[in-house]
Design a protein around this ligand. Structure first.
Ligand SMILES: Cc1cc2nc3c(=O)[nH]c(=O)nc-3n(C[C@H](O)[C@H](O)[C@H](O)COP(=O)(O)O)c2cc1C
Ligand SMILES: C=C(O[C@@H]1CC(C(=O)O)=C[C@@H](OP(=O)(O)O)[C@H]1O)C(=O)O
Length: 389
């Protein structure tokens, strides 16, 4: 499985083409729209999210509620485009036309300056339109297709918030996957405890009032993955490494941890590794899950627990950082019209979907995947085989 995305933040539409989804898998628009609407929600987002109502158009690869085995193409229209037609249109316009609203002032922390240097664009709009996290809309759409595949195989994925600006969520280790999914749907900041929820919302509101931004930590939890998916034989087949790469590919994500993650550095091996047990019902299982569901680049069959850290948003409404105008070379302090103050709750939905994509991809690589009913049968047989192994 693989996917590409195309489209600019204020362009006509965003598109993704997904290849490798098995034929004859049930897939409805609603499966994707539910994820898209969840991504738009979350305390701390700026005015743009009030303009958009992200809904998918399935433009290829699906008929009458089932996948065909051909590439699936999905489109999400930008409602904001109607305000940007002159600026974002594809027809040539005069070089000095005011209408272009040329941007020459790169924001520290965004892709602006490095992108301009790399592609030689003197109008930074040509960078920021594509480096914008608006692109995560269709990454979530692609991930929603992957999540649907996983769901039909009995694998559930949930994403929620662990920390915003140093405020930590209550422990949820004993919660079921269903409860975790509820947190992710109902809470405006995607935490369980209402007290913490309020503190986080206050911190976001404070940052917004100050014209500053804040970051945080999100967690994705997966239940139902059989053991032995992924591989240890080559660096690029290790499933934990693929997940880590895809998490850091999310805009503003700077680090990843599996299970206890960086805490392992301070602990003895005897307190880190998860002991092995067996019983008739479960087969092999671990009496703890400190390594977060991975050993040797393969799943252990225990829940996958992976965290990602998101830095604060780079565009700062009232606390502009020092930068240099690329035309005049003069120093300036930038001000902006709009931006998110905190996108951590929304980003938990993005991470949930990029992780789902990597898991579905690994499964379709490892098991025969032309036809979904056969894939399901083979996975059921594999589960039984490893239970008795
Ligand atoms: C859901 C989401 C929303 C975001 N919203 C904004 C925003 O409003 N303003 C902004 O400057 N950056 C925003 N970002 C972060 C930038 O897109 C990101 O920092 C930028 O692409 C540079 O990439 P890097 O931070 O990964 O180096 C957002 C990120 C995510 C995941
Ligand atoms: C549009 C989305 O997020 C955008 C991500 C983003 C950025 O720089 O990453 C900048 C903002 O865009 P705008 O300049 O239109 O206000 C966010 O709103 C979205 O998540 O759908």
């Amino acid at each position: 499985m693989r996917y590409l995305t195309a489209g600019e933040s204020h362009g006509k539409q965003l598109t993704t083409i997904i290849e490798g989804i098995p034929a004859r898998m049930p897939l409805l628009k609603e499966d994707i729209n539910e994820s898209l609407l969840r991504r738009q929600k979350g305390h701390g987002r700026g005015k743009r999210m009030q303009i958009e109502k992200d809904l998918v158009d399935i433009t290829g690869g699906v008929r009458h509620g089932y996948t065909l085995g051909s590439p699936i193409s999905l489109v999400v229209h930008n409602d904001d485009f109607k305000h940007w037609i002159d600026i974002m249109g594809e027809d040539p316009i005069e070089e000095d036309a005011k209408i272009r609203r040329v941007i020459t002032r790169p924001r520290p922390g965004h892709a602006d300056l490095n992108g301009a240097l790399k592609y030689g664009h003197r109008d930074i709009r040509n960078i920021l339109e594509r480096s914008s996290a608006r692109e995560t809309t269709v990454r979530v759409a692609a991930g929603a297709v992957a999540k649907t595949l996983l769901k039909h195989l009995g694998i559930e994925v949930s994403g929620y918030v662990k920390e915003i600006a140093g405020i930590r969520a209550a422990e949820i280790d004993s919660l079921t996957i269903e409860d975790r999914k509820t947190i992710s749907e109902d809470s405006p900041v995607r935490v369980l405890d209402q007290n913490v929820e309020q503190q986080m919302m206050d911190a976001i509101d404070e940052a917004k009032k100050e014209g500053d931004s804040i970051g945080g930590v999100v967690e994705v939890y997966v239940e139902g993955m059989p053991a032995g998916v992924g591989s240890y034989v080559h660096y690029d087949r290790k499933l934990d490494s693929r997940i880590a790469g895809s998490v850091v590919s999310i805009n503003a994500f700077k680090g990843v941890e599996f299970g206890i993650g960086f805490e392992a550095a301070e602990m003895n091996g005897s307190n880190v590794h998860d002991e092995i047990a067996w019983n008739e019902e479960k087969g092999y299982y671990r009496t703890s899950n400190r390594l977060g569901g991975f050993e040797g680049g393969m799943t252990t069959g225990m829940p996958i627990v992976v965290k990602g850290v998101m830095k604060p948003i780079p565009t700062l409404m009232k606390k502009p950082l020092q930068s240099v105008d690329i035309e005049t070379k003069e120093p300036f302090k930038a001000t902006v019209e709009r931006s998110d103050a905190c996108a951590v709750p929304a980003a938990s939905v993005v991470m949930e979907h990029v992780v789902a994509f990597e898991l579905a991809k690994a499964i379709t690589e490892q098991f025969p995947s032309d036809q979904f009913p056969k894939l399901k049968k083979v996975i059921d047989e594999y589960r039984e085989e490893i239970r008795c192994f």
